[in-house]
Design a protein around this ligand. Structure first.
Ligand code: F6P
Length: 744
């Protein structure tokens, strides 16, 4: 109420003052106009009487004089008329104003002398009257007498009072209208939005709404709403992390767990929340083009598999490209949302890219240039200057987005992958106090291979702005050190395992990435149901089943795998009708020619092999080409008698570790390419060279025929490795290393 008054009062004062001044002027003007009118009328009447009065006075005709004055007896405003003789004595007077004769009239003698007419306002009893007096002259200009008309002026007062009344009523109506309108405006503009914002805030905190933006608003209020949105989101995420704390205490204290990592992050980073950057976002909002229904899915991505559990545990902000078609609908004014959507644990900030930016930076430079450069698969890298310029631009764009999120003191940034070789440099230009780690999720080639990149120097210099660079395996660390040593001016410290350029030192370390191994507990009822359903739908009863899961990528050795299955069935025909291979394959990077071609090649080969062996009821390969969520994939892992990972070159390969983590009955085998990072740790897998189709086919036979006991033993060993070297240990090692470098 007080605020409403503060808002309205000045308006009312101004309006009242203006109206009063206007009223006074209006009344004054009306008064003048009415007076002029009256004077004019009085003079006209008086002049019209002059001729009759001349005869009356010349003939001293008293009778006519009385008749004349009495003719004014019943006029409304004209009160009466007086005829004076040449001595100023009253000859005749209208009866109604007979008291006029008692009034002192000092002006009479003046008029008789000067012979000038005169009009004045006079007091007559309680009234005010207007008298107009005119000398009556004969032909020789001698005064015969005077004629006076008396007008009642009280109507003037009544008219002006009425005018004031109207002005006052208008003013009151105006004040009421202004008060009402101003209150409504105030309610509409301030009170209702604030009330809506408050209600949204309360509901959002209680988890009663998932709307990330209360409503759209521009200007200063919009800025306030935006700030409130960010605080609400951070609070919600923080609250979730705190409540979860008690729940997730470890089953086995010896292992690295979510809660252990959370404690470590708090101890090491303190109030500084983790800021993670990657190209691929962990949650995509996709509108189904046919049904129009929006679904939130997790992409097929090693980065997401590894980093999502870490941020779920520790909270923080993950900055990534908002690439899905409905992503923009699910962010607040700062492009943020809480994820996972059903259980918000951390903040995802989406960065928007134009089509040109995505083409140049993602499809072009990252995936037609750096990706084949780093993987030894004999796919020629393509480097275009336009792609490189876009790559630089997008790195700068991400840097700007990161800079907005950094806390005032000692920020930590954890960058993922080859999409962001220049990001650390751009961040450090503005925030040299930031401690930055880059994890390279793919292999690092030898110096000769890397040297074909025309932008080698800028890339290496950009990467060396980091404080820590991590690779999956020591071999890739060595390759990186060799590359810097050969291609740019720097000093490689082989004892500390670092690269020194000028005053800047960058540590290079191997951190084998993993999955959250210990969480894959007992098979639930719904999982058993799903497994049974898949078995039934795909007619897997009494079949030996192998599974593979991946993005459709030429590095994954999918073609080699199908060739090996072909050779296996050719060589060991006893397994016809008894063996089924299920390939779950998510189409990926489809706008790149090589990927597009690969999809066609796989389709053709699957068709060819199935045609070759199928007998009407059975076909060896079940090729399911679509995106599968982690929840959908798990039953396939569980039902698979063995899993095939045949990458031609792979930084780590988390499918291998996920399969092992899923095999809670230890009844399963893993065929694993020796060109994956995972093969260094999972030494109990059946290791293969995927290029050797013969060896590969034999490995399939070996996996099928392996005695159950050996299978169990190998799987238990691998499960131990995955449980112990899980993703929490991976993150703990990186964070400990990173915080060890923290600037004071
Ligand atoms: O693991 C390597 C990687 O390139 C990740 O960076 C990425 O998340 C994943 O493969 C999937 O690739 P994309 O994000 O291009 O679909």
């Amino acid at each position: 109420m007080k605020r409403v008054l503060l808002f309205i009062l000045p308006i009312l004062i101004i309006v009242t003052l203006s109206f009063t001044i206007f009223g006074i002027m209006q009344v004054k003007f009306t008064e003048e106009r009415l007076m002029d009118d009256l004077k004019r009328k009085a003079r006209t009447v008086d002049e019209s009487l002059e001729l009759s009065a001349r005869y009356i006075l010349r003939d001293n005709d008293l009778k006519s004089a009385n008749r004349l004055v009495e003719s004014f007896q019943n006029r409304e405003r004209l009160q009466g008329c007086v005829i004076y003789d040449k001595n100023g004595q009253i000859l005749a007077i209208t009866k109604r104003i007979s008291d006029w004769k008692n009034k002192e009239k000092p002006y009479i003698s003046d008029i008789l002398t000067t012979k000038n007419s005169r009009g004045t306002l006079e007091k007559f009893g309680y009234y005010s009257v207007y008298s107009y007096i005119l000398p009556v002259l004969d032909d020789e200009e001698n005064v015969l007498g005077l004629v006076e008309v008396i007008y009642d002026t009280s109507y003037l007062f009544t008219t002006l009072t009425e005018l004031w009344r109207r002005i006052s009523i208008s003013l009151i109506i105006l004040i009421l209208a202004i008060t009402l309108v101003a209150s409504l405006i105030q309610r509409q503009i301030f009170i209702l939005p604030v009330r809506r914002l408050t209600q949204w805030f309360m509901h959002f905190q209680k988890g009663e709404t998932e709307k990330l933006r209360p409503f759209e608003e521009k200007g200063e209020f919009g800025k306030l709403i935006s700030e409130v949105e960010q605080v609400a989101l951070s609070l919600r995420v923080a609250r979730k992390v705190v409540t979860e704390d008690a729940h997730v205490r470890v089953q086995n204290e010896g292992l690295w767990t979510e809660s252990k990592l959370k404690d470590l992050v708090r101890a090491k980073l303190g109030e500084n929340a983790l800021v993670v950057v990657s190209n691929r976002e962990p949650y995509l909002h996709i509108t189904d083009e046919v049904t129009g229904i929006v679904k939130c899915t997790r992409p097929a991505s090693g980065v997401v598999t590894a980093i999502d559990p870490i941020l779920r545990a520790c909270g923080g902000t993950w900055i990534a490209h908002g690439a899905a078609n409905a992503d923009r609908k699910f962010v607040n004014s700062k492009n943020k949302l809480g994820v996972p959507p059903e259980d918000t644990r951390y903040i995802l900030k989406r960065v928007w890219l134009s089509k040109e930016e995505e083409n140049g930076y993602y499809y072009g430079f990252s995936n037609e240039g750096l990706w084949p450069l780093c993987h030894i698969t004999h796919t020629r890298p393509i480097f275009r200057e336009t792609d490189w310029l876009m790559y630089k631009k997008v790195n700068q764009k991400f840097a700007d987005s990161v800079l907005e999120e950094l806390p005032a003191k000692n920020p930590f940034v954890f960058i993922q992958d080859y999409h962001f070789t220049l990001l650390a440099k751009f961040i450090k230009e503005k925030r040299p106090d930031a401690t930055i780690a880059l994890f390279w999720h793919i292999p690092w080639p030898n110096p000769e291979s890397f040297a074909i990149c025309p932008y080698q120097k800028e890339i290496l210099e950009g990467m060396l702005s980091c404080d820590l660079i991590g690779f999956h395996v020591q071999f890739h660390c060595n390759n990186f050190l060799d590359t810097t040593n050969r291609l740019i001016e720097c000093r490689v410290d082989t004892e500390k395992f670092s690269v020194v350029r000028g005053n800047k030192e960058t540590l290079v370390r191997a951190f084998p990435i993993s999955v959250d191994g210990y969480t894959y507990g007992k098979t639930s009822k719904s999982e058993t149901d799903q497994i049974n359903k898949i078995r039934k739908d795909l007619e897997l009863e009494n079949k030996i089943t192998a599974v593979s899961v991946e993005r459709i990528d030429y590095t994954k050795g999918i073609i080699e795998r199908i060739l090996a299955i072909d050779r296996f069935l050719e060589k060991y025909p006893q397994y016809k009708n008894r063996f089924v291979f299920i390939q779950l394959a998510a189409p990926s990077r489809i706008h790149i020619k090589r990927y597009h071609e690969l999809i066609g090649e796989i389709d053709e080969l699957v068709e060819k092999v199935n045609w070759k062996y199928s007998d009407g009821n059975w076909k060896p390969i079940i090729y399911l080409k679509r995106h599968f969520s982690p929840e959908e994939i798990r039953p396939y892992y569980m039902l698979g008698d063995f899993c095939i990972v045949s990458s031609l070159h792979d930084g780590m390969n988390l499918v291998a570790k996920e399969y092992v983590a899923s095999k809670n009955n230890s009844n399963g085998a893993l065929i694993l390419s020796c060109f994956t990072g995972a093969s260094r740790e999972l030494t109990d897998a059946i290791q293969i060279n995927p290029y050797s189709i013969e060896e590969f086919a034999d490995a399939i036979k070996f996996a099928i025929e392996m005695p159950l006991e050996e299978k169990r033993k190998r799987m238990e060993n691998m499960r131990k490795v995955v449980a112990e070297n899980n993703v929490y240990l991976w993150a703990a090692n990186i964070i400990s290393e990173l915080t060890g470098l923290k600037k004071t």
